[in-house]
Design a protein around this ligand. Structure first.
Ligand SMILES: NC(=O)c1ccc[n+]([C@@H]2O[C@H](COP(=O)([O-])OP(=O)(O)OC[C@H]3O[C@@H](n4cnc5c(N)ncnc54)[C@H](OP(=O)(O)O)[C@@H]3O)[C@@H](O)[C@H]2O)c1
Length: 488
């Protein structure tokens, strides 16, 4: 159904709430998105009905649950076309994906590119010197990319623009128009990594993630209404489909992008919001060590991502409002235990120091940490945060705990008890039976083959088409498939 009420801010709020539901799993939180027509009795019924999905939509007293639809790209191209006249603005263009995309566009017929970045960039005359002399490899690379783009393009500029500030966005767009030519497209990539659970998140931390991405998109939308754009592409994320604790700001901002895309589509403006899976080789996911090959949505290589992007760009007005390029993976739902890492025979044990004879709970927790942090030696008093445990890793830690001690650890507990010793003591107090964590690959024959026909149809790895068939035939909801993978 086409939604007549599209409110990007409300969509962001639903993203925030849905993340809160994951963070406070002991509280029965649900999110109901309704229009003004919804009757009080329907809402009251929803509130008492605990078995409903975590997120539902009411329109004209009818209930909907969002679903994913298959969309096979209509064209398969490697290149865009010959020459495109006009300027392409890439916000967040100074970042890793921004420069990668700019280089790809420069080889694909776009000959005027302006990058918007947050930081000031020195005068062009200094770029060569910085590239050669910087001790920081990432900075050298950034200026090497700028020089390559300057060589290739008819117009290449880098402007400092704080995307959280509407005036700066308006002025920058005006400068582009007046000095470099008509704006033909916008790629909105500005954004920062989300980090921190709502319970600990300050307004500044939230704004640092939410404002450049969500408000920045809105400001770009308004600032370019006068231009005859061919493209308005925003870089959203699969974080909106696979909501993880600790990502409330990031999920909210990406949900805003997706809803803004639906809104633009509804008023016949060009748009596509791309819900990217993690990029393996460059970008924030790689920098944060957050490329997880076992993720529900399979990470993409750069070449593959660029091809997907080109295929989206050539669709022009047939571009879907929101698309998740790439593939989705489903793991056999009966699998009781899936180790996160496959350990070699000779290094399959974890070393725990700081305690004379660790008991089985302490060793289990060390293995759980090892599966999460990609390390195999810990001190019993090591603090998870001081070992680089950001919120993404805390969610991973929580899901590793779920496999062995289901329902015993909450996010808040992981903050209260942050060392192996404290977590072990906490579990002991709860009277947990001792049971060894397997840090090994699950064998196929350990899986239960005799479940319902729905489950039998699911193989270890299926691509999007297969799971969509199950979803489309009503045999499985998208939430069900995600739950099967993550809440075993
Ligand atoms: N990398 C991935 O795997 C992945 C996956 C899904 C979605 N995405 C999305 O793709 C986009 C680009 O990601 P990336 O990996 O290239 O990240 P990145 O390397 O961290 O680049 C982020 C860019 O955003 C800019 N920025 C941050 N705050 C800003 C502000 N207030 N005003 C203006 N610009 C601001 C940064 O400017 P400075 O360089 O000046 O600081 C930088 O250019 C992000 O929106 C991200 O959410 C990425």
């Amino acid at each position: 159904m086409e939604d007549k009420i599209i409110h990007p801010g409300q969509a962001a709020l639903s993203g925030f709430n849905r993340t809160m539901e994951k963070e406070l799993s002991h509280m029965p939180l649900r999110c109901i998105d309704c229009d003004k027509e919804v009757s009080i009795s329907l809402l009251a019924n929803e509130i008492v009905n605990k078995d409903r999905a975590g997120y539902i939509v009411y329109r004209e007293n009818r209930m909907f649950v969002p679903q994913i639809e298959n969309n096979t790209l209509s064209q398969k191209v490697d290149k865009l076309e010959t020459t495109v006249d006009g300027v392409m603005i890439i916000t967040g263009g100074t970042g890793e994906l921004g420069r990668t995309i700019a280089k790809a566009l420069a080889s694909n017929g776009i000959n005027k590119i302006v990058l918007f970045g947050k930081q000031n960039v020195p005068d062009e005359a200094e770029w060569d010197y910085i590239k050669t002399d910087s001790q920081d490899e990432k900075i050298s690379q950034r200026y090497e990319d700028f020089l390559e783009l300057k060589d290739k393009l008819e117009v290449f500029k880098v402007l400092p623009v704080n995307m959280s500030n509407e005036n700066e966005v308006l002025e920058a767009c005006e400068k582009v128009r007046s000095q470099y030519g008509p704006i033909i497209g916008v790629m909105h990539l500005a954004g920062n990594v989300g980090d921190g659970f709502i319970i600990n998140k300050s307004r500044d931390v939230f704004d640092n993630v939410y404002q450049p991405k969500a408000s920045g998109a809105w400001y770009m939308h308004k600032a370019t209404l006068q231009d005859h754009l061919r493209w308005f592409i925003s870089f959203s994320s699969i974080a909106t489909l696979d909501i993880q604790p600790g990502q409330a700001d990031y999920v909210a901002a990406n949900m805003f992008l997706d809803a803004l895309a639906r809104y633009r589509k509804s008023i016949n403006l060009p748009v596509c919001s791309i819900e990217w899976p993690a990029w393996r080789e460059v970008g924030m996911a790689k920098r944060m060590n957050a490329v997880d090959e076992e993720e529900l949505f399979i990470p993409v290589n750069t070449d593959e991502a660029i091809k997907l992007l080109m295929n989206i760009l050539v669709m022009d007005d047939k571009m879907p409002a929101v698309i998740m390029p790439g593939k989705m993976k489903v793991v056999a739902p009966e699998t009781k235990e899936i180790s996160h890492k496959v350990w070699q025979e000779d290094e399959n044990e974890v070393v725990l120091v700081g305690v004379q004879e660790p008991d089985e709970i302490e060793l289990n927790i060390a293995r759980i940490w090892a599966n999460t942090l990609d390390m195999n030696q810990f001190d019993i008093e090591d603090d998870f945060n001081s070992l680089g445990g950001n919120s993404l890793l805390i969610s991973q830690l929580l899901s590793e705990y779920e496999k062995v001690y289901p329902g015993q650890m909450e996010v808040a507990d992981l903050f209260t008890y942050s060392t192996i010793g404290e977590q072990a003591q906490y579990l002991r107090q709860k009277g947990n039976p001792v049971q060894e964590v397997q840090v090994k690959k699950v064998k196929n024959d350990e899986r239960n083959q005799n479940d319902s026909s729905k489950d039998e149809a699911i193989q270890k790895e299926q691509d999007l088409d297969e799971i969509l068939e199950l979803v489309a035939s009503g045999k499985m909801t998208i939430e069900e498939s995600a739950l099967k993978v993550f809440l075993k």
